[in-house]
Design a binder for this molecule. Structure first.
Ligand code: NOJ
Length: 552
């Protein structure tokens, strides 16, 4: 069991709920079929109007909104210090920050430090001439003497990670699309320019950054070949290069931590700014991104719940392993879906998605929600000729991320109230039932469950900052844990199965159910055995706390 710091007004990133907005798909205010910043402003009361009528989230993370040719939908940045006209302009952005802050919400931007767009002026200069001062801002290499590629590295979107530049007779590196050339973080001028980008946005009031593939910033200086993975040797198809390799030379280098410490030092030039990292590594490597002395990222994204089989044992094990591994200063966090993943409901089913919501919002650690998760939005059905995502177009339709990026479902009206014209991606099949308007008027809807849980977490700070203690409930279908504060204890019991089950409570424990995922208000008094309906999760206020029980 781990104790935690008391809840305070500081460290908002520990105690708040983060909400990811994929701006293209949230709200289209100017009727071009693509969402924009004005649309986000118009819908801000939905997110947090200071009352329980709103969702009640505390921070907005906007996926990239910078000028971009959109080869990878904004993860190919052509100017780090402006807004793409598709989304608005700097004045709209300033209003967005002011409106968010007025509602006590923080704003988190997506910082894309590993690569730019090939249309970024830096790259245009870099590729213009081998002698250009910005040549070294990117990673250029000669072909091998036999004319072949500099090494065996693959692009995550298929094919080799090297693109030949005819004019200057060298290859440049791109771990994603060839339109996303890799920046060279070993170049001091480039690094200084990228650190200034952080300052530019913090001066405008930005509270934090989600940092794209931040473990990839440094590459092996000798560019050695990656070994082929024993677990996933895969066919030697060019589209499979990346996934058959062990990425020991192109990412997660020990040296990258020095860069991340520098990034953190820049964040620390301003009060209460937060660094969040996109990092997919195994626990012992991943944990290092907090920094040995807590001097790197406050929140390396923890995606482990997304990769587990959905059963009580695996989920508990994942939480326990994290809790055991974290040093005292490191704060946990949990994510159930995002713009690179399939929709939660499509992964675990509608009923279990309610259990998942309770899990996410009662664990010790910052929850991040993905827009539409609170409605139970499902994966869309998208015909091959309507696919947009470069990953799906290159690696196969089953790899497309479009399914989980479809327009937010506001109403059951035309285009779900997202736009008045055909949106850039089709709507999901269930938008007529799963939308904000319909779910507002259904007291037991998924939206009302999320609202209830978010506000419950806010009103019961033990759920934010209390310690975590797993409980052996003697039911293999249930994950049971306590959240323990100085004066209060809550017990959370989650039934991962579609059968009724009974959980044996710790000896002598009595308590009252305050929330059920069924939202049917059965405020039962419980002693010894807790009966859970199929796919039910409950939060119980423990009448006699752990210490008192031990004394009994
Ligand atoms: C990770 C982002 O989440 C993903 O959407 C993007 O395609 C790659 N990084 C490349 O930036």
């Amino acid at each position: 069991m781990r104790s935690s710091a008391a809840n305070t007004k500081t460290n908002w990133w520990k105690y708040g709920v983060i909400y990811q907005i994929y701006p293209r798909s949230f709200m289209d205010s100017n009727r071009d079929g693509v969402g924009d910043l004005q649309g986000v402003i118009e819908k801000m009361d939905y997110l947090n109007d200071g009352t329980k009528n709103s969702l009640g989230v505390d921070a907005l993370w906007l996926s990239p909104i910078f000028p971009s040719p959109m080869a990878d939908f904004g993860y190919d940045v052509a100017d780090y210090c402006d807004i793409d006209p598709l989304f608005g302009n700097l004045a709209t952005f300033d209003r967005l920050v002011a409106e968010a802050h007025r509602r006590n919400m923080k704003v988190i931007l997506d910082y894309v430090p590993n690569h730019t767009s090939d249309r970024h002026p830096w790259f245009i200069e870099s590729r213009s001439d081998r002698k250009n001062p910005r040549r070294d801002w990117y990673i250029w290499r000669d072909a091998k003497p036999d004319g072949s590629l500099p090494n065996n590295w693959g692009s995550a979107f298929g094919g080799p990670a090297w693109e030949w530049d005819e004019r200057t007779g060298q290859y440049y590196l791109h771990s994603f699309l060839k339109e996303q050339p890799e920046l060279n973080w070993r170049n001091a001028d480039m690094k200084a320019a990228m650190l200034d980008v952080l300052r530019f946005w913090m001066e405008r009031g930005v509270d934090g950054f989600r940092m794209d593939v931040v473990g990839m910033l440094l590459k092996d200086p000798q560019l050695r070949d990656n070994p082929i993975s024993k677990e996933n040797p895969g066919p030697a198809h060019p589209n499979n290069l990346y996934y058959r390799q062990q990425h020991i030379h192109d990412q997660d280098l020990d040296e990258v931590h020095a860069i991340i410490r520098e990034i953190r030092a820049v964040l620390d030039e301003y009060p209460e700014r937060c660094g969040i990292g996109e990092l997919w590594y195994a626990l012992p490597r991943w944990i290092r991104y907090y920094g040995i002395h807590g001097d790197e990222l406050q929140l390396p994204f923890n995606f482990r719940l997304m990769n587990q089989p959905w059963n009580a044992r695996a989920i508990r094990q994942s939480v326990d392993e994290l809790e055991e591994a974290l040093p005292e200063f490191a704060w946990p966090n949990y994510v159930l879906s995002n713009h690179d993943a399939q929709r939660l409901v499509s992964r675990v089913g509608e009923k279990q998605a309610r259990v998942a919501a309770m899990l996410l919002l009662t664990l010790r650690g910052t929850p991040t929600l993905y827009y539409g998760e609170e409605l139970g939005m499902e994966n869309a059905v998208i015909a091959a000729d309507q696919m947009q995502d470069p990953q799906g177009l290159r690696l196969g339709t089953d790899q497309s991320r479009d399914y989980g990026r479809t327009p937010m479902q506001w109403t059951d009206g035309p285009f779900s109230g997202f736009s008045t014209i055909k949106p850039w991606l089709p709507l999901t099949q269930n938008y007529r039932e799963k939308n904000v308007a319909a779910e507002n008027s259904d007291p037991a809807s998924m939206l009302n469950l999320f609202r209830t849980l978010i506000h419950f977490r806010k009103e019961h700070p033990v759920l934010q900052s209390g310690s975590y203690l797993p409980v052996d409930g003697e039911s293999e279908d249930c994950f049971v844990f306590e959240r323990i504060g100085d004066d209060e204890v809550y017990l959370v019991a989650l039934n991962f199965s579609n059968k009724e089950t009974s959980v044996h409570l710790p000896d002598g424990l009595t308590g009252q159910i305050l929330v059920s995922t069924y939202l049917d208000g059965s405020l039962l008094l419980i002693r010894d055995d807790l009966k859970l309906r199929n796919d039910e999760g409950v939060i119980l206020k423990v009448a006699n706390n752990t210490a008192a029980r031990q004394d009994e």
